[in-house]
Design a protein around this ligand. Sequence first.
Ligand code: CA
Ligand code: ZN
Length: 302
Amino acid sequence: MEKKLTREHVFYAFEPGLEPALRVEQGEEFVLETHDCFTGQLKTEQDLLDTLDWDRVNPATGPVYIENVQPGDVLKVDILKLKVVGQATMVTFPEEGVLGDRITKMETAVLKYKGDHVIFKDKISIPMAPMIGVIGVAPAGGRIPNGEPAAHGGNMDCTLITEGVSVYFTASVPGALFGCGDFHAVMGDGEIVICGAETPGEVRLTAQVVPALKGLPTPFIENPELFSAVASAGTLDQAGSDATHNMADFMTKFAGLSINDSGMLMSLVGQLKVCQVVDPQKTARFEFPKWVLKEYGFQMPT
Ligand code: CA
Ligand code: ZN
């Protein structure tokens, strides 16, 4: 029978003591249904943000225990299929987000779907680009609310995390305790008013350890075109610097380039980008094209 968790199986913080809701073998496919980041509390445009129960935001579905994963292992999570369902909501709130100083009116917008487009206020038809906002594994200790991004993953709101990508995490506890949620039907880099098209969804995944990647700076993303290092910190400056250093570490330690060649190539064809700027911890990523490393004979270990 298919391994699946329905969207009632949520948790609100990544922590080592979570009780597994599902156990899977490495490489075994499993499906997670997810709530939107408001746990479905905003259904109409009359449901404003001030009615929200803030103890029920940013749910992640899981946790999933992956067999034979040990602390320190690098776990490759493949996103095989990602679909959004229902409708999306988004909100504005005075004093929230980058434009909080200008926004004076609380508003909830419901965005319906038409085929593979998201309809904004019956006027603008936006191509869907489904992505996962919250995705990660339990940290070694403590409790990290799902609204926070950190080294374990969490609320990275990275637009690269779409169908067909691999996301790498470092397990800190046995079984890793993986979970994800906070899907967006579409979102711009920065997520400037604090949300994208917030939507329920469903994702099909596999997860397996890649022994040859032990020590990889994580979170790390691979898609058919590029590698990306992701980092979160208290300022965007620091997050950008950390993501850049992490990519340089990958290129020197795993792809075998010198630091000078890495730096020059990163300055020529690498892209330092913003994921989100609306959480206390900001998230940045450094993208580097795969084809360049292929010229150096590098192939990602599997
Ligand atoms: Ca988010
Ligand atoms: Zn979200």
